[in-house]
Design a protein around this ligand. Structure first.
Ligand code: MLT
Ligand code: ZN
Length: 465
């Protein structure tokens, strides 16, 4: 419960109608896409200006009130969960285009702008914001930056980090920082911008962002190949990567495809069934398409590829993409335990063999669904909850196996979170990817920007040991 005096100060800052206290709002704003934690914030505030955010943070410091920053809440690691009486600051109303410069190909937007709206704005100006993923229709730019979102085009365009050229943030101490001002070259000491990217709301609130746009992509062609084994997927990736500039190389298993077809009503790419499928995308050019077809023949001759299809129209390209893009949404039906792991692409083959063996041995009674951005070395290993098993028990059992996956990843120099972030879900696994010295340094950095530890406490790591 918020003390009356704090409540009236919040109302004075943002306007009474922008302080939400109804249970329905608290439930809606208090969770992300994870289903493990219950929402229990004390209130939600919706500021419309950076100065309002600053006032709220100063007030929170004065009364030791924990704050959870909130974007589109499409996160998969509990980073935006408010389950312990925190105040939620939602950036929804700071959502407009603030500046656009065609010469710089740069746009400054409010952090609450929906990703798809930014993509549409760029397209209207014959430009491209290339970071894309299934949740683009509801995720917000600020949240994408706070989690350094990846997605389906990383092999070609990189992660969110690669497109952020300026940030306006309010730190946990209540200072407004205007970082990097959209500059391409700026060697003036520590680049704080990069500390805030991927910090999951633990250092400050991202309020505005300046993003680099690029020239639009040509139309693309998609090829879906049915593949015999994990090892063969990596062989096919290597063959295609050496000859073609790919815009995506994704994969999914037959189990993933079956579920998407059944629940979304999509059609199978071809009649042959295969243990795995690779979705390969490249810019449409006659020459490139004939090289791709030759590579397909080569892979089939090796026995790696069982069947395949090449899109012949934009509609078919889109339909093939749905088979991959709709997996995540489809799987929510089974309350999956989500692993989001990565290793260097060159180590993928050996790692896949080991992780496949481990998972088969440790989850004999659970259904496993594989998919992910294999071209980036990123696997989404989803374990589906059996209907009759309580969720907490299921997550406990998965958590134990995750420690073994963590050990394996540490041996391979891999990451326990490739793109979903650490949040609450992966906190206990952090030591498998980051050394004790690194985690201690993270704690010191947090103390510098958020001395009273009011921002997203308990996310990524625990502030005090
Ligand atoms: C995806 O690749 O589909 C997203 O990261 C979401 C997910 O893993 O569920
Ligand atoms: Zn992903």
């Amino acid at each position: 419960m918020l003390p009356d005096q704090v409540l009236s100060q919040l109302k004075a800052i943002v306007g009474p109608q922008h302080v939400l206290l109804e249970s329905e709002d608290l439930q809606r704003f208090g969770v992300d896409r994870t289903t493990l934690w219950q929402a229990n914030p004390c209130a939600v505030v919706l500021p419309s200006a950076v100065t309002m955010v600053q006032k709220i943070i100063r007030l929170a410091n004065d009364c030791n009130l924990a704050v959870v920053p909130s974007g589109g809440r499409t996160g998969l690691s509990g980073g935006a969960v408010a389950s312990d009486g925190e105040l939620i600051i939602a950036l929804d109303r700071i959502n407009t285009v603030i500046d656009f410069n065609a010469i710089d190909r740069a746009v400054t937007v409010g952090a609450g702008m929906i990703t798809a709206d930014l993509q549409a704005f760029a397209a209207k100006h014959d430009l491209l914001y290339p970071v894309d993923f299934a949740a683009a229709g509801s995720s917000q730019i600020g949240g994408n930056i706070a989690t350094n979102a990846g997605g389906i085009n990383v092999i070609r365009y990189g992660m969110t980090r690669d497109w952020v050229i300026g940030l306006k943030v309010v730190t946990g101490a209540g200072d407004i920082l205007d970082l990097n001002q959209g500059l391409l070259k700026n060697n003036t000491g520590y680049d704080f911008r990069h500390l805030f990217i991927g910090s999951e709301g633990t250092l400050g609130l991202i309020c505005e962002a300046t993003l680099q746009l690029t020239r639009p992509q040509a139309d693309t062609t998609v090829m879906v190949l049915g593949i015999e084994t994990f090892a063969a997927i990596v062989e096919v990736l290597e063959v295609f990567k050496t000859k073609i500039e790919l815009t995506a190389f994704e994969f999914f298993s037959q189990a993933a495809l079956d579920k998407v077809i059944k629940r979304q009503g999509h059609s199978a790419p071809f009649a042959t069934q295969a243990p795995f499928y690779a979705l390969i995308e490249f810019e449409t050019r006659t020459q490139v398409t004939s090289v791709a077809l030759a590579l397909f023949e080569q892979c089939a001759a090796q026995g790696w590829v069982l069947d395949g299809v090449v899109s012949q129209s934009l509609a078919q390209t889109r339909a093939l993409w749905r088979l991959r893009e709709d997996i995540s949404e489809t799987l929510w039906h089974w309350q999956p335990y989500k692993n989001d792991i990565s290793v260097r692409v060159s180590k993928m083959s050996d790692f896949l063999a080991e992780v496949d063996q481990l998972v088969a041995a440790r989850y004999p009674d659970f259904e496993i669904v594989w998919y992910g951005h294999i071209g980036d070395g990123n696997l989404h290993l989803n374990i589906l909850k059996p209907e009759d098993l309580p969720q907490t028990e299921f997550f406990e059992r998965c958590g134990i196996v995750s420690l073994e996956i963590g050990e394996l990843l540490a041996r391979y120099g891999g990451s326990i979170s490739a793109e979903h972030g650490v949040g609450l879900l992966k906190k206990s696994l952090l030591p498998y990817s980051r050394s004790p010295v690194e985690i201690a340094l993270m704690r010191s950095i947090k103390k510098t920007f958020d001395p009273k530890s009011i921002l997203n406490p308990g996310k990524v790591f625990d502030a005090l040991v």
